[in-house]
Write a protein that binds this ligand. Structure first.
Ligand code: ADP
Ligand code: NI
Length: 219
């Protein structure tokens, strides 16, 4: 990539960082930085436009609908307003906005409506941050934020949720492992992400084993 692209990425990172100063812990600047880092790592082995990938990674959670009364247009709009002032081609702006609008797990529950190899890479990078030790921390942080219980053996996971049910769910956080986190490994698109996901997935499985043992007072 040329230095103009590098400068734009740095400028975007600075903008996102200051936009997210008050964000909830699972969706804050550090989440964005981890996803951006995951993207850079995946770009070492996967072929995709590095500028589009990195801009989309940086802007993908600029206004998460969960924290903005369900408004799904706000994030794409803020990203568009920012990018249009940066002197890049209309094509790149449209591509980044399409990725931001269509990449989320809940939107994928409705079937794909836009896709590109750049979007798949950002999705992989975002999903990697939802599993493993970090994924566990983010899930319990989100559950705490929503005042969900940790676990309730009388409430089984709902394995066939629609997008609306997923958004409204008040289920215990342990259910989220079965409803989403343990499914992510098989949803990775790139070979590199699949490999990284293996160890993180195994870690969640052993975490759950230990959790149930302690729940039963066995260990
Ligand atoms: P997406 O933006 O891909 O739709 P989410 O915003 O639902 O994904 O998830 C973002 C983070 O919040 C993830 O780490 C996810 O595991 C966590 N999270 C989302 N919903 C829940 C939930 N009901 N319980 C626990 N964690 C959740
Ligand atoms: Ni994200």
């Amino acid at each position: 990539m040329n230095s103009t692209a590098d400068l734009l990425i740095e400028k975007t990172a600075a903008y996102v960082k200051q936009q997210l100063v008050d964000a909830e812990g699972g969706h804050d600047w550090w989440h964005i930085q981890r996803v951006w880092n995951n993207c850079k790592k995946l770009l070492e082995t996967e072929k995709a436009d590095p500028l589009v990938v990195q801009l989309a990674a940086l802007l993908h959670d600029i206004a998460d609908p969960k924290f903005h009364d369900g408004n799904e247009e706000l994030g794409p709009q803020i990203a568009k307003d920012f990018l249009e002032g940066q002197g890049i081609s209309h094509e790149i702006v449209e591509h980044v906005i399409n990725i931001i609008r269509h990449m989320s797990f809940k939107n994928s529950l409705e079937g794909p409506s836009f896709t590109s190899k750049e979007m798949k890479l950002v999705q992989d990078a975002d999903k990697l941050d939802a599993i493993g030790a970090i994924g566990i921390a983010r899930a319990f942080n989100y559950g705490g934020f929503k005042n969900h219980s940790l676990y309730d053996p009388t409430i089984p996971p709902n394995l066939h949720m629609t997008k609306e049910e997923y958004k409204k769910s008040t289920a215990p956080t342990i259910n989220h492992f079965y409803e989403k986190l343990l499914l992510l490994k098989d949803m990775m698109h790139s070979e590199s992400a699949k490999q990284m996901a293996e160890a993180r997935h195994a870690y969640m499985e052993s975490y759950l084993d230990q959790f149930y043992k302690e729940w039963a007072g066995e260990q």
